[in-house]
Design a protein around this ligand. Structure first.
Ligand code: CA
Length: 225
């Protein structure tokens, strides 16, 4: 179960976020100021993601972000800023500080949860395979920008197609089974049938050209370049 830390001094908002996250299967911890967040972190408790308000009673969210990003134990924790309207400059600054996203109040918790899920998937992926750019012959795959180029021409892929391609390309000519691809994409949380992978790969092959991804009959798929 993933733990989300919520740092927000407005208790109603903090509770609202917390309740909705719990409904979506997350564990939550709430802090009303920076000091209590850091005393939690100092016990080596590392949340999977931080939702960070900017205006807080002790230190502000930007300062907290800086401190987190400076500390190698916490620098990998994704951060989503909560900003009030009119905090435009802070928003930009926030992203420059290494925050992953921001959401402006008032926001829908549904939207917030969707963003959290996207960011967690992304960080899961970079944990497993790094977020190194992969270049194989005339193909370039950039996991930070989610971009793929063949002969310098950009190929538009869906997120799932991108992830499949990135996985296959991370081990050139290694055959991945459907099961491995499924687990990489969705972990154990989703009951997906093997055929789903075939459909994504069919689309991927149509976009990339059929010769790049090989179907190894009865086993799975691999990239052969
Ligand atoms: Ca506040």
């Amino acid at each position: 179960m993933k733990t989300i830390a919520i740092i927000e001094d407005e208790q109603d908002i903090a509770n609202l976020i917390s309740i909705n996250l719990q409904k979506s299967g997350f564990k939550t911890v709430i802090f009303y100021d920076g000091t209590s967040l850091f005393s939690y972190l100092n016990k080596k408790q590392v949340p999977d993601l931080v939702i960070l308000d900017i205006m807080l009673p002790d230190m502000d969210g930007l300062e907290i972000c800086k401190l987190l990003k400076k500390n190698p134990d916490f620098s990998m924790i994704p951060i989503i800023f909560l900003t009030a309207k009119g905090e435009e400059i802070d928003k930009i600054l926030g992203l420059e500080l290494g925050a992953d996203d921001y959401i402006t109040k008032p926001f829908s918790t549904k939207e917030l949860i969707a963003r959290i899920k996207t960011i967690l998937r992304r960080s899961e992926m970079s944990k497993d395979y790094g977020n190194k750019k992969i270049v194989i012959k005339n193909i370039t795959i950039d996991p930070e920008k989610y971009e793929v180029f063949i002969n310098n021409k950009k190929i538009e892929l869906t997120l799932t197609e991108f992830k499949i391609l990135y996985l296959l390309a991370s081990k050139n000519s290694f055959t991945f089974t459907r099961r491995q691809i499924l687990e990489y994409l969705w972990g154990n949380e989703k009951a997906v049938i093997d055929r789903t992978i075939d459909v994504h790969i069919k689309h991927l092959r149509e976009k990339m050209g059929n010769n790049i991804i090989k179907n190894i009959r009865g086993v799975g798929y691999r990239i052969n370049l």
